[in-house]
Design a protein around this ligand. Structure first.
Ligand code: PRP
Ligand code: URA
Length: 212
């Protein structure tokens, strides 16, 4: 994992390099696209969970009493609809005890500003590690809004997990929320004039759900 700033983490992993290439390929069919988003999400979850604290407990093996551990804080996953939904299964694979909230945000195609259409999160966000899931960090508008909503509802420890980020999105999100940790699987060159990441992978929601 390379750490470009204190709160920005680009995960450097051979399996991610292979899998990002599959996502980028315009010929990758929807079924494979979803499967690969899940695989990358498992690796992201594995890296992000290094941040978690553990509490010591007693565990009795069949032979003796020993030291074990449980997670000190509960975990709430918050996918940003729609595309973030594709990342949930990978995170649940290795953090199955997580609760899941949802934030519905849709970028206005002209202004590129996010518009909220749904918000439902468990009350536990106040004292949990909250991980926002969204494959694309483009202008950073959606991510900034999602973090703002969660903070307004009391979340204190928030992490943002994405698959592809770009300089514009990281700069915008970190200036709005300097306390936020951002994890990504690829850091791309730039945005085009329609707010799409280059080289990117296209519209993540459309490719996940076949609405091209
Ligand atoms: C995409 C993506 C992010 C957002 C990123 O969602 O999943 O939520 O765009 O762009 P931003 O950083 O410029 O805000 P979109 O609005 O296309 O909705 P969808 O997932 O329903 O397709
Ligand atoms: N949303 C996407 O799905 N893709 C982009 O490249 C930018 C925003």
């Amino acid at each position: 994992m390379s750490n470009n700033t204190d709160n920005f983490f680009l995960i450097d992993h051979p399996l991610i390099k292979r899998d990002i290439s599959i996502l980028r390929d315009e010929n990758t069919p929807q079924e494979l696209f979803r499967a690969v988003v899940k695989r990358i999400s498992i690796i992201l979850a594995n890296e992000i969970s290094r941040e978690f604290q553990v509490t010591r407990i007693d565990v009795r093996t069949p032979l003796e009493l020993t030291v074990g551990h449980v997670l000190s804080q509960s975990v709430v996953l918050v996918p940003v609809l729609r595309a973030g939904l594709g990342m949930v299964a990978g995170f649940l694979e290795i953090i199955p005890e997580s609760k899941v909230g949802h934030i519905g945000l849709q970028r206005d195609e002209v202004t590129l500003k996010p518009v909220e259409y749904y918000f439902k999160t468990p009350k536990e966000i106040i004292d949990s590690v909250v991980i926002i899931l969204d494959p694309m960090l483009a202008t950073g508008g959606s991510a900034s809004e999602a973090v703002k909503f969660l903070k307004e509802r009391g979340a204190k420890k928030i992490i943002f997990a994405c698959i592809v980020a770009c300089p514009e999105g990281v700069t915008n999100l970190t200036s709005n929320h300097p306390d936020l940790k951002i994890f990504c699987a690829a850091f791309d060159r730039q945005l085009n004039n329609k707010g799409y990441i280059l080289p990117g992978l296209g519209d993540a929601g459309d490719r996940t759900f076949g609405t091209l």
